[in-house]
Design a protein around this ligand. Structure first.
Ligand code: MG
Length: 173
């Protein structure tokens, strides 16, 4: 049986992942509106991955006999000053998510909930990747310094990103 405090934080995390999905879908729309189809694709893949993150937690709460409580998803931004500003917002957001995962893990340690600690390890590793991939994009955007051809090339590169289901979900399917 899932401890009440852990259950509360897991539900909070489900909401944060759904909010992340919503934010990235909004960024995808912003990119579409600004003729950056490759970036729009990259953010659309992010959107799907965030939904996977929420579902991993959703399945976990259920498998431990806990109760999933879905809360309202907060409003997201719809406009950014530039694609660089959107990418910087993405990094800032992922750093917040990392802090939430770390807090959740420290609560699981305090509560001696070993199964939750084990499940969260995937998320800890995933956050390292999330931050790294957006840092790489920010670095490239800064190198381009608004160069149109560079941006066009980077947009084409990001158009190639393909969604694959998160491994804990794929393993369950
Ligand atoms: Mg996530």
């Amino acid at each position: 049986m899932l401890n009440e405090k852990i259950e509360k934080y897991l539900n909070k995390q489900i909401n944060a992942e759904m909010w992340s999905a919503y934010l990235y879908l909004s960024m995808s729309a912003y990119c579409q509106n600004n003729d950056l189809k490759g970036f729009a694709n990259w953010y659309f893949v992010q959107f799907k991955e965030e939904q996977d993150h929420a579902m991993i937690l959703f399945n976990y709460v259920n498998s431990r006999g806990g109760k999933v409580s879905l809360m309202p998803i907060a409003e997201v931004e719809t406009e950014w000053n530039s694609i660089l500003a959107a990418a910087e917002d993405t990094l800032c957001h992922e750093e917040k998510v990392t802090a939430m995962i770390n807090e959740l893990y420290s609560i699981a340690l305090e509560e001696k909930d070993f199964a939750t600690q084990s499940m969260l390890k995937w998320f800890i590793d995933e956050q390292v990747e999330e931050e790294e991939s957006v840092k790489e994009i920010i670095g490239k955007l800064k190198l381009l310094q608004g160069n149109g051809f560079g941006l066009y090339t980077l947009d084409n590169e990001l158009a190639a990103r393909v969604y694959t289901q998160a491994s804990p979900l794929a393993a369950k399917a």
